[in-house]
Design a protein around this ligand. Sequence first.
Ligand SMILES: [Fe+2]
Ligand SMILES: [Fe+2]
Length: 225
Amino acid sequence: MSMILDVRELVPKDRHSKIFDTYNKLNPGESFILVNDHEPKPLLYQFQAEHDGEFDWWPLEQGPQAWRVSVVKRETPDPDRTITEYFQTDHRRLDGIYERFQSAVHANRWDEAAADFREFSLGLKRHIRVEEEILFPVFEDKTGMHDAGPTFVMKMEHKEIQSLLDKILGSTDGHDAAGVSNGSSSLISILMDHNMKEEHILYPESDAFLSDSERKDVVKRSQAA
Ligand SMILES: [Fe+2]
Ligand SMILES: [Fe+2]
């Protein structure tokens, strides 16, 4: 479990130094969860300026009362990270949250399951939004493939995935283990195939078509989304 750093109790002028202190003390591969009362955009920009390629930034909750972000010190820092590596890391991270959710359901720990599912759903919807608003338009511009290319198929699958998320949320809130299990089988089979196609075709092709600075720009804008 990551440690939690809740800076809401600190006076604003002390927050950034406390956060960077905490970050600097992490070992590679470790993370903490930052809790704040506003969207920590300026903080992200400071991380991007001072720790380029060294960290991951995954929002877990985006308002309206609290903002929570998982800040990870990457095991292998690399300022020139690829599209494939960045998005694949998010796929793996989401898989991990889903496993936690399923264990909670199996153990009948419904409050925990509901919290895990909300974190998963926010993360996956955000991942989809980042792909559709940031990555796919760049890919389509570079390749000229719009209506018949791989992004078209990916967007159709995103719709299916999103409707399954809503269905599983309903089952989770109704403490309906059989409903969760049905929804999960469909979700996992679509998602495995979808992620595989992205990781083996769409992301590597994006890496091949984009310049170093364009790849970097996609990652930076994705972190800020
Ligand atoms: Fe996708
Ligand atoms: Fe994806």
